[in-house]
Design a protein around this ligand. Structure first.
Ligand SMILES: [Zn+2]
Length: 207
């Protein structure tokens, strides 16, 4: 009988503890005593196949990570609604003072797929309560369909634009303290792409 994922997770935690608490206790002690000082804030999709810590071979303390459906940055909209992504962005940039913000898109994104289907059929995920309104953030990108991956890359560009509507991001970029990056993971090819503003296109970084 194969072991269920939930049980493998417990064994996984034992491996993690051995790798850090047993083999690198000074690293753990530093993170506990000094608090976190990540240089990078990364926004990734919730997709189980695109875990940024695994993809980037990151360590505890490296990245302040926000994951949501389709790695979207909403526009700056200070009101009485619940803004989880904007709150994380605010904390990461204003309090943790990260130096880089990375938006990491990926191929075969289910959220973008729903958006593209909605553009064809009229409404995104009509029988769901939250996905449709959330994906509205990227609705301007659906015209780049029906190629889901093309819409996904366009959505990364749209999120970069939305990032700059946050005053604290804009001022950070203008002062040169903060850099923003649009990355895209091609799962099939095992390649990483980045958006190059000067050329207005994605160029391959690795893979
Ligand atoms: Zn996705």
């Amino acid at each position: 009988m194969t072991m269920r994922t939930i049980d493998r997770m417990k064994a996984g935690f034992r491996s993690f503890k051995a790798a850090y608490y047993d083999q690198r206790p000074e690293r753990v002690a530093h993170l506990v005593e000094s608090g976190q000082e990540p240089e990078v804030l990364l926004i990734a999709c919730s997709d189980s196949r695109a875990d940024p810590a695994i993809l980037m071979n990151a360590e505890p303390g490296d990245m302040f990570i926000v994951r949501n459906v389709a790695n979207l940055i909403p526009p700056y909209q200070p009101d009485d609604q619940y803004h989880g992504t904007s709150a994380a962005l605010e904390y990461g940039v204003r309090d943790l003072k990260v130096r880089d913000v990375v938006i990491l898109g990926h191929s075969g994104c289910g959220g973008i797929q729903a958006l593209v289907q909605g553009a064809i059929g009229g409404v995104t995920a009509p029988d769901r309560e939250f996905i449709g309104p959330w994906m509205e953030i990227a609705s301007c990108c659906s015209g780049h369909g029906p190629d889901v991956d093309a819409v996904s890359r366009q959505s990364v560009r749209n999120s970069l634009t939305n990032l700059l509507t946050f005053p604290f991001v804009k001022s950070g970029v203008e002062s040169g303290y903060l850099q923003i990056h649009g990355w895209w993971f091609d799962m099939k090819e095992g390649a990483l792409w980045r958006y190059v503003e000067e050329n207005d296109r994605f160029e391959k970084v690795e893979g």
